[in-house]
Design a protein around this ligand. Structure first.
Ligand SMILES: C[S@@+](CC[C@H](N)C(=O)[O-])C[C@H]1O[C@@H](n2cnc3c(N)ncnc32)[C@H](O)[C@@H]1O
Length: 227
């Protein structure tokens, strides 16, 4: 384990110092932002019931929400059933709180896989497979599925408008994150930037939104539909 640096602020009294950042066992390097996502949604005392993770794959994002909200029901949803047995194992401890739904063969979030009136619609590493127009469509479709006051949680790669920054960030990722989470984008246009995502939230009618975590080209956006 890396030794944590003990930093003593100028005004601190003399004596033994506790590390400022306690060691946290991280299953992978995105476990923390997933937990942050659930904690932010919980911060106002909101208690979601239906929580849907779109493009769940192994179900880690859904898991963070089910841990945070013991009364929530989760829906694991993916376009293919390859990962369902692994997700079922991983989410097995939540018993019948989880439904599994395979659909969206066209990967367009259609196919009625997401029910209406969900309290939280969460997704990670799915939107970057869309170009800017596709991202807008995704947010619009997602916002229509939200209950009034419901939350849209999106974690994904974000591109940079300036190619020099894109390259710097890609280099700097080495040693902090894998180069690219998931397969490369299914398009050859630029990956939507942070501003593209914020504009897509706005065009879907969600203006109560913040970037709550960001690290080297990976960002976590959380927005709330008005009640
Ligand atoms: C790169 S993986 C991300 C997995 C997971 N969310 C994570 O953070 O590790 C993308 C997943 O989304 C699924 N997917 C893509 N488009 C989808 C859609 N419209 N509806 C449901 N699943 C979709 C794919 O089958 C794949 O399993």
């Amino acid at each position: 384990m890396t030794q944590l640096k003990h930093i003593r602020p100028a005004h601190a009294p003399a004596g033994p110092m506790e590390p400022l950042i306690p060691y946290v066992a991280m299953g992978d390097d995105l476990a923390i932002p997933r937990r942050i996502a659930a904690a932010v949604v919980a911060a106002d005392g909101f208690q979601p019931r239906p929580v849907v993770d779109v493009g769940s794959f192994l179900g880690e994002l859904l898991e963070a929400f089910l841990d945070q909200f013991p009364n929530a029901r989760g829906q694991w949803t993916d376009a293919s059933d390859n990962s369902q047995p692994i997700a079922e194992k991983r989410l097995g401890r939540f018993g019948d709180r989880v439904d599994y739904r395979v659909g969206c063969p066209g990967r367009d979030s259609a196919d009625d896989t997401v029910p209406d009136n969900v309290d939280v619609l969460a997704t990670s590493w799915v939107s970057s497979h869309r170009d800017v127009e596709g991202t807008k469509e995704f947010y619009l479709g997602a916002s229509k599925r939200l209950a009034p006051g419901g939350w849209l949680v999106v974690m994904d790669h974000v591109g940079y408008a300036d190619p020099a920054w894109e390259q710097r960030i890609l280099h700097a990722r080495e040693g902090f994150h894998v180069a690219f989470e998931g397969p490369p984008p299914h398009h050859d246009k630029h990956i939507p930037t942070r501003d593209d995502h914020l504009a897509a939230f706005a065009s879907a009618g969600i203006t109560d939104v913040a970037v709550v975590w960001e690290s080297l080209g990976t960002a976590l956006f959380i927005g709330r539909r008005s009640a």
